[in-house]
Design a protein around this ligand. Structure first.
Ligand SMILES: *Cc1c(COP(=O)(O)O)cnc(C)c1O
Length: 401
């Protein structure tokens, strides 16, 4: 049996990770989503609609680019990038948001609700809601609203209601609680749309399935370009959705080494990084079992990285499982390496990447010299327009080389 068909099990477990630990009021709603997804995602109409959207709205397939200049500079392996920065809205997130919104439509729902941290998931979901003519409610911490003003503007332009969350730390964790509380009384008409391969079953499976298109396309395109499979496939890991998308295309290719790249922030001290799989331990977070970065009281620890899309103290349960089985190797790049990669690919390839994606590029630049004659395919999960002001105001324009 192939990997994707056999994983997760019917309870949403990837080995011992995953599942759904829900407060009783949410149980029936997640059961409804689970059953609807299993039924609707197999229907010809749903599949046809999703194909149409990917081609005519999102602009898929996105290309694979050969990064010749960067490869020459690094020396060693040849580096290729799957260009999710060219997906509509500039990142891979729309792949699962369109899938979730289409599911909501087929379930007869009229509204989407979610939390957002830096605002990337909120913008992608608001885009999907506008496409389908649905209402959209995005919960966001007051601190994040201040920090991420352009994304708040985008969400509002797209017709979403942004609900400021003003209790506790006024950030992502509180936004999750606020969105869940707001969801319960309106669950009959609303779908809760999670933004990565995290959360209770069926979301880790469902979001992976929606991102699988990235891996399917990339495998075919890479074969067409080079006549072979890549030796190494790499992607950054926050919650882990862009990585699962790319990895899922190569999971059964035993000769392809898979690497997940976490954010090492400023140091390996707790609080300075977001390298969950590298430094975390088994635990529960947001309704599922996974590997978690914990503080000394066993609570999810504060995290830091230059890339706000990677700052989560947990990780998708499938990554915890793949870490445990050894099918994927997890490593980390720090802020400095990511910044260096951000400047290098901008200058040498004409691609300004998201700081999240820059972690995967940094990994490829680090590994390339060690593997002459081999190839590396990385996921360029998003474009860097959102990051240019922060980077140049804080760090300048980089060294000339
Ligand atoms: C949100 C985001 C990520 C991190 O999310 P994953 O679920 O780990 O993929 C990575 N890259 C970009 C561009 C993002 O917007």
């Amino acid at each position: 049996m192939n990997y994707l068909k056999s994983t997760p099990d019917s309870e949403g477990f990837f080995g011992e990770y995953g599942g759904a630990m829900l407060p009783p009021p949410l149980e029936p709603h997640f059961k409804e989503i689970r059953e609807a997804y299993l039924r609707i995602s197999k229907s010809a109409e749903y599949i046809r609609d999703l194909r149409y959207i990917r081609k005519h709205f999102q602009g898929r397939p996105t290309p694979v680019s050969y990064l010749k200049n960067l490869s020459d500079k690094c020396g060693g392996a040849q580096i290729y990038a799957k260009r999710e920065d060219l997906n509509h809205t500039g990142a891979h997130k729309l792949n699962h948001c369109m899938g979730e919104a289409l599911l909501a439509k087929h379930m007869g729902k009229t509204k989407l609700i979610a939390e957002t941290g830096a605002g990337q998931h909120g913008v992608a979901l608001a885009t999907a809601a506008a496409y389908f003519g649905m209402e959209c409610e995005i919960h966001m911490g007051e601190i994040d609203i201040e920090k991420e003003a352009p994304n708040v503007t985008r969400m509002k332009l797209l017709g979403a209601t942004v609900v400021p969350v003003g209790f506790g730390g006024r950030s992502l964790k509180e936004a999750v609680d606020s969105a869940f509380n707001a969801y319960v009384p309106q669950a009959d008409t609303t779908l809760f749309a999670i933004g990565s391969v995290v959360g209770p079953h069926p979301f880790p499976m469902m979001v992976r399935d929606f991102q699988h298109i990235v891996g399917i396309e990339a495998r075919e395109q890479f074969m067409e370009m080079t006549g072979d499979l890549p030796d190494i496939v790499a992607a950054c890991v926050g919650g882990g959705s862009n990585a699962m998308g790319l990895f899922s295309g190569f999971m059964d290719d035993e000769g392809v080494a898979l690497y997940g790249v976490e954010a090492l922030g400023t140091s390996s001290n707790l609080g300075d990084h977001a390298a969950t799989l590298t430094y975390g331990e088994d635990g529960d977070i947001h309704g599922f079992r996974t590997i978690v970065l914990k503080d000394k009281d066993g609570e999810p620890a504060p995290v830091h990285t230059i890339a706000s899309g990677l700052d989560y103290p947990g990780v998708g349960p499938e990554h915890a499982h793949l870490h445990r089985t050894g099918r994927v190797t997890y490593t980390a790049c720090d802020d400095k390496e990511a910044l260096n990669a951000f400047y290098a690919i901008s200058r040498h390839e004409g691609i300004i990447p998201a700081l999240e994606s820059a972690h995967a590029i940094a990994f490829a630049m680090r590994e390339a010299p060690k593997h002459p004659g081999k190839s590396i395919l990385l996921n360029l999960s998003g474009r860097g327009d959102k990051d240019i002001d922060y980077v140049t105001e804080t760090f300048g324009f980089g060294e000339a080389d």
